[in-house]
Design a protein around this ligand. Structure first.
Ligand code: MF3
Ligand code: CO
Length: 278
């Protein structure tokens, strides 16, 4: 993901990316409403593929470096890239679903973490805090700002929660990424504080921001299936992701049904609204 430079999108290209983002948003909504004890992750995968294809889009994960699913389903101590299969979800599980779709050659990519039935209060707190960390990162995308501002805002939010109730492991072995005509483009997007400023943020920059937090240490390990990443200390993890375009009117959250309007409004961040600038 290095050396190719950052792909700056035109307003017209952003509208195509919005179409892809909405397919991902609606697919995730449908999957979340299907999540219940007893359903298997493979059933969720089949529902995802059908939903994406019925929308006239293509699942971007399927076949990506040989990946066998249309979504990633990561349960409990699994952080990212869990492969859907015969595992039946249980009451109390913490499930992360990551989904990607392509429309007219343009990609959208997003992830949510949801409870299966009733989860432990500490797990629910982890999920809320990881979600808030994502939105803190999104809110830090400003014209003329730096890539580093995003990870710094994520880490600052996590620190306030550490002071308020508990410290989390902030995963640093996986990052977000630029996204456009490919799922993974320059630049890498650290979801944590870094020394390097990184690129300057300008309208037309589109980034997938995706913080991952654990209830323990940040170290990860890769399972024998070659994909599933879990916490090395087996602590429960959460992961949220959005594809976000910076526009002249502020961040446009392409994979949020409302374009990010509700959350950004609450955070006092100017934004273009659900339909983008113009
Ligand atoms: N959404 C993941 C990411 O942000 C990609 C999933 S990997 C795949 O990098 F192999 F499943 F596609
Ligand atoms: Co991603």
């Amino acid at each position: 993901m290095s050396g190719r430079g950052v792909q700056i999108k035109t307003a017209e290209q952003l509208r195509l990316m919005r179409a892809a983002g909405l397919v991902v948003a609606h697919t995730l909504e449908r999957l979340v409403s299907a999540v219940a004890a007893g359903i298997t992750t493979g059933e969720l995968d089949r529902l995802a593929e059908a939903t994406i294809r019925n929308a006239g889009a293509t699942p971007s994960f399927l076949g990506y470096h040989g990946y066998p699913g249309s979504i990633c389903t990561s349960v409990n101590d699994e952080i990212v890239h869990g492969i859907p299969g015969s595992r039946a979800l249980c009451d109390g599980d913490v499930l992360s679903i990551d989904c990607g779709a392509i429309v007219a050659g343009w990609h959208g990519d997003a992830a949510v973490t949801v409870p299966v039935g009733t989860i432990a209060p500490g797990h629910a707190q982890l999920v809320r805090d990881t979600h808030d960390a994502l939105w803190a990162g999104i809110a830090a995308m400003r014209d003329g700002g730096w890539l580093r501002d995003i990870g710094a805002a994520v880490e600052a939010l996590v620190e306030t929660r550490a002071a308020a109730h508990r410290a989390y492991g902030m995963v640093e072995e996986y990052t977000g990424h630029g996204i456009g005509t490919e799922m993974h483009q320059d630049p890498d997007v650290p979801n944590f504080r870094t020394r390097q400023k990184g690129i300057r943020l300008r309208p037309g920059v589109v980034l997938a921001i995706e913080p991952m937090l654990t209830l323990g240490d940040p170290q990860t390990e890769l399972l024998d299936d070659g994909w599933t990443v879990r916490s090395a200390d087996r602590s429960v993890a959460a992961h949220f992701e959005h594809t976000v375009a910076l526009t002249p009117e502020g961040p446009w959250v392409l994979t949020a049904v409302d374009g990010g309007a509700t959350r950004l409004e609450a955070l006092g961040v100017p934004h273009p609204g659900p339909d983008g600038p113009g």
